[in-house]
Design a protein around this ligand. Structure first.
Ligand code: NDP
Length: 435
């Protein structure tokens, strides 16, 4: 029988990635914003500027977090927190945690998503708040998020130390690792306010949709029309985020929520990296109203929607398979599966099922292929004048290839010989026949 080890990364990996996250990612976010908004999306233009003006030039372009930026963030965060707490939703049980707990959630994500977008568009339509203000203060907002999220992560560390919400918490004995990878798996404020649902879903993923709409409105207000490239990009991003909230309860079963603790790595990523980097192809298009023509626009739109659908269907298939205890049909047939067992950290023996047919029979992480392709298709409207809009696709590819390996390692240590059997039956990691 295999055991589920508490995967804590080695100090070397932690120090290296923490150092780079702390030193490289914040300036990168600011440079990305600067290049998209003030340097025509041209890396060359930004590089020339930096070459000419040196460090002082870089300090000059780093916007200071202003009162307006803090107000926008505070209103948005408070609004999302209120929706998370008070909108009605079905009671949903999360997966059993390594310590044997089962977290309970309120599934009101799609309602929060609809209320957010309707409110945002309503504020604009009735002249109460113009989303272009968000775009015009974007640099200051990202700057405030960089510092604010760091302070929030210190709060999470202290909370994990003095008032953990469940037994799925604890120290690795190294303060830097604890801060970086997190102290708690399911931190809560009070009984019901789940911190990771807030940071990952209601702040991070929601900001993606809100900013996509913001970019569209900014282009409309600047040029008096929305280009077909911007429309395709915004529709695809909104379809993706809608899919996310439609399936939010399923997301609570994934690695981000069920395995990664609430630390600097994941929370800072969701609070800063998602609003800035994930939305960046739209940020680029604001000042580049590329004209695709109806036919090309439609081809890209259909291809993107198809990829998002396949990605969704992979997640849905696994979820249905687990929910029905392996009884749901997969592609119209009884699923082929492996009955696996493992031991939790508290020593209890549990059983689990691994699906080996359908999408999950093509490769062990096939769903990452349509995820990456969808990102490519919502960037494609930017065409190929500049590389920077494609940064997200490149980043995502590296992230998901690394994640597939990380997940394989975790599952191997959890399921032992059963995972080995799965690898024999389904030998490819992501791309069938190739990798
Ligand atoms: P998955 O949903 O792939 O979950 C992985 C877990 O599923 C494994 O740890 C294991 O958990 C279980 N599992 C693995 N193989 C099988 C199988 N054959 N049958 C049944 N269960 C299995 O993880 P992700 O969080 O990586 O992906 C979720 C979604 O989020 C995907 O759509 C992905 O594309 C997307 N995503 C997007 C990112 C972005 O930045 N845009 C980043 C990461 C993910 P257990 O312990 O329960 O057995």
């Amino acid at each position: 029988m295999a055991s589920e080890s508490n995967m804590v990364h080695s100090p070397m990996v932690t120090y290296a990635s923490m150092l780079s996250l702390l030193t490289l990612c914040p300036p990168f976010v600011i440079l990305l914003w600067y290049t998209m908004v003030h340097a025509d999306g041209s890396v060359l233009q930004t590089t020339n500027y930096l070459r000419e003006h040196g460090l002082q030039g870089f300090i000059n372009i780093w916007p200071k977090p202003t009162a307006t930026a803090w107000k926008i963030i505070a209103c948005y965060a408070a609004f999302e927190a209120a929706l998370q707490l008070w909108l009605p939703g079905k009671r949903v049980e999360g997966p059993i945690s390594p310590a044997g707990n089962r977290p309970i959630y309120k599934a009101n994500g799609i309602a929060a998503y609809a209320v957010t977008l309707i409110t945002y568009l309503g504020l604009w339509w009735f002249g109460i708040f113009n989303p272009t203000i968000v775009y015009d203060h974007l640099g200051e907002i990202f700057s405030a998020l960089i510092f604010g999220s760091f302070i929030f992560c210190i709060f999470l560390y202290i909370k994990g130390l003095v008032a953990p919400s469940s037994t799925d918490s604890g120290s690795s004995g190294n303060i830097i690792i604890d801060f970086y990878w997190g102290m708690e798996l399911y931190p809560r404020i009070g009984k019901n306010f789940d911190v990771k649902v807030f940071t990952n879903c209601r702040f991070g993923m929601m900001s993606w949709a809100v900013l996509a709409v913001t970019y569209c409105i900014k282009q409309y207000e600047t040029y008096g029309r929305v280009s077909d490239s911007m429309l395709v990009n915004t529709i695809l991003m909104l379809v993706y985020v809608t899919k996310f909230f439609w399936w939010e309860a399923g997301y609570w079963n994934t690695m981000d929520i069920a395995h990664d603790r609430a630390g600097f790595y994941i929370c800072w990523g969701c609070l800063v990296w998602v609003p800035s980097v994930y939305t960046s192809p739209g940020m680029y298009l604001v000042n580049h109203p590329v004209n695709l023509g109806v036919q090309l626009a439609l081809y890209i739109l259909v291809a993107g929607i198809l990829c998002i659908y396949i990605n969704y269907d992979c997640d849905r298939q696994r979820q249905e398979f687990r929910r029905t205890n392996g009884k749901a049909l997969v592609w119209g047939k009884a699923p082929s599966k492996i009955h696996a067992s493992y031991t939790t950290t508290s020593g209890e023996t549990k059983s689990s099922l691994l699906l080996t047919s359908g999408w999950w029979g093509l490769s062990r992480h096939f769903h990452y292929a349509p995820e990456i392709s969808a990102a490519f298709f919502w960037t494609l409207p930017a065409l190929f004048n500049h590389f920077l809009p494609y940064f997200y696709v490149v980043f995502l590819t590296i992230l998901l290839f690394d994640r597939a390996k990380r997940d394989d390692d975790r599952c191997r240590s959890k399921y032992g010989k059963y995972w080995k059997l799965y690898c024999e039956k389904v030998p490819y990691r992501i791309i069938p026949g190739i990798y």
